[in-house]
Design a protein around this ligand. Structure first.
Ligand code: GLU
Length: 419
């Protein structure tokens, strides 16, 4: 059997959209491979004084619309093919929402839970230093992703600044986004991806006359994206009845408090030990009769093994690439709507753009302004995607790629390809 490639899946997705509107052949050629692929093996001194070698990547797919942009992931499954796919998705995500960035992604193959805070700090600093001038505030701007957070970004920023030999090195806070507030982060960035997931759902609900306050939902992955999506949706009156993470699945038909579960989990308890719910099997989680399912963990989680069982009306992709192509076929055939990752989880990078703009002008926007501007951008991206889907009689994922590809191809048409 052919080895599964996430990069191949990402490529096939956008090429399907490209076929739809006969994308210019030159643009197709340029987008078919990343511009730069950086892989680094770097040593880190562990607490037991031994050196351990880690492998990290930064893959820069495209920058026709602006500096490379995308998260850095710390996860044991990180590999070159995965980071390449995630970089591709960033190009299209930024193009879809119209923020002036290209696409990139980084990752280190490591389980951050197994490292002490000192080890993690040394790993982050050494990886940043090894990336050197391959990142920069006007060139390539990392952000958090799975296994990294605002503190990781503060360390990357500090390392980057310290390695610069220029007088203005302290004016380069925008080398990363998703930082802690103290070091130049934006209000609303922490919850931004979840907020965007909910804005997308609200647009869909409005269009399809669905009352979200009467909906039940399940969440897969209870990290930043899973929790904030759930928490905001709960504030609208919807009820979370099931959660799954790497430790297992829990269920309570009467509802699970999003905040309470988060606090329980943050105190070091696995969600399956949560008293206010019962433990269910993985296959039962997917078969639950929920209205909304939010995959907010890793790629490939909705696949041939569980797609048939899914009963949700709508799947809103908080994660990148959570649905395999085969599963998507099955789900669409069953009449289940998929609000695709490019659209649904683009709130994160959109507020990253706000943070970058605030840093460049040494300003701090109030939370209301961040949310209001995010909503304008997300509503517009939804409207464009939905319009194309109807107009061209295609699914929302393909439509989202078409919106993005048009923007990319106009830029190439206007600028031409050098020389
Ligand atoms: N890692 C996030 C994503 O996949 C955010 C990227 C960013 O803010 O640059 O969209």
């Amino acid at each position: 059997m052919e080895k599964f490639s996430l990069y191949k899946q990402a490529s096939e997705q956008w090429q399907k959209a490209a076929d739809f509107f006969e994308l210019d052949r030159d643009v197709r050629t340029v987008l078919s491979e990343p511009k730069n692929e950086i892989s680094i093996n770097f040593p880190v001194r562990m607490d037991n004084h031994e050196l351990r070698l880690f492998r990290g990547h930064r893959i820069q797919h495209n920058n026709i619309l602006g500096p490379f942009k995308g998260g850095i992931r710390f996860h044991p499954m990180v590999n070159h093919d995965e980071v390449k796919a995630l970089a591709v998705w960033m190009t299209f995500k930024c193009a879809l929402v119209g923020v002036p960035f290209g696409g990139a992604k980084g990752g280190v193959t490591v389980d951050p839970r197994e490292l002490s805070s000192g080890e993690l700090m040394r790993l982050t600093r050494r990886f940043t230093h090894a990336l050197g001038s391959n990142i920069g505030p006007e060139y390539d701007i990392p952000a958090p992703d799975a296994g990294t957070n605002a503190k990781t970004m503060a360390i990357i920023m500090d390392t980057f600044m310290n390695a610069q030999n220029t007088a203005n090195r302290n004016a380069q806070r925008h080398v990363v986004t998703g930082k802690t507030l103290t070091v130049g982060g934006s209000l609303g960035r922490e919850k931004a991806t979840g907020q965007g997931v909910v804005y997308t759902l609200q647009s869909w609900a409005q269009e399809n006359k669905v009352d979200l306050s009467k909906c039940t939902f399940s969440v897969q992955g209870y990290g930043n994206v899973g929790f904030h999506s759930a928490n905001i949706l709960e504030s609208l009156g919807a009820k979370m009845i099931a959660v799954q993470d790497h430790t297992g699945s829990i269920y309570n038909p009467n509802g699970i408090s999003t905040e309470d579960l988060k606090n329980f989990n943050l105190s070091g308890n696995p969600i399956i030990e949560y008293q206010e719910s019962e433990v269910i099997a993985e296959h039962e989680f997917f078969a639950l009769p929920v209205d909304i399912m939010i995959p907010a963990a890793l790629e490939g989680q909705i696949n041939e093994s569980n797609a048939d069982a899914i009963k949700a009306k709508v799947i809103v992709e908080g994660a990148n690439g959570p649905t395999t192509s085969k599963a998507e076929e099955i789900l669409l055939h069953k009449g289940i709507t998929i609000l695709p990752d490019l659209l649904a989880n683009s709130g994160g990078v959109t507020v990253s753009y706000f943070e970058w703009a605030q840093n460049k002008t040494s300003s701090q926007w109030p939370l209301e302004e961040v949310d209001r501007k995010l909503k304008i951008i997300m509503d517009q991206a939804y409207a464009q995607t939905s319009h194309i889907a109807k107009d061209m009689k295609t699914d929302l994922r393909t439509a989202s790629y078409i919106v993005a590809l048009k923007r990319l191809s106009y830029a190439y048409q206007e600028r031409g390809i050098f020389p």
